[in-house]
Design a protein around this ligand. Structure first.
Ligand SMILES: [Zn+2]
Length: 130
């Protein structure tokens, strides 16, 4: 997809683009749109800006980064981000609360350094890699 699209109040499709800037495949658009909605809800809840570091990655990019074949990034269901003024453990706990109360979708949450990984795979895993 060539055109940028406003997905939610604060997030555009270009925020979720592959690092190598390849064209976003339309087949995964619904996944990215769904992911963007979860991130918008989280940001509204945090009341702090979420800085998206990585989201969609094509298979070529994923291979270059030695990612796994099961990567949720290649289907547009995973995101890595940071929130400067909120501690990662607190972000993870808030995501967990929002999942438990059905505000956002179930998925894997991982934290390390200042980064947070979240996906909408439906798998219920929490990893603290700090
Ligand atoms: Zn790519």
């Amino acid at each position: 997809m060539k055109h940028d699209v406003q997905l939610t109040k604060d997030f555009r499709l270009s925020h979720f683009n592959c690092p190598d800037n390849c064209l976003f495949p339309g087949v995964f658009f619904r996944n990215i749109e769904l992911l963007a909605h979860q991130i918008q809800i989280l940001q509204d809840h945090l009341q702090e800006p979420i800085e998206i570091l990585e989201a969609y990655k094509c298979i070529a990019q994923n291979t270059r980064e030695k990612g796994t074949f099961e990567s949720q990034h290649i289907i547009g269901k995973a995101i890595i981000f940071q929130v400067d003024r909120v501690e990662t453990m607190q972000v993870m706990n808030i995501i967990d609360d929002l999942i438990t109360t059905n505000f956002i979708k179930q998925g894997v949450v991982m934290i390390w350094d200042k980064k947070v990984y979240y996906d909408i795979s439906g798998q219920n895993y929490r990893w603290d890699l700090r």
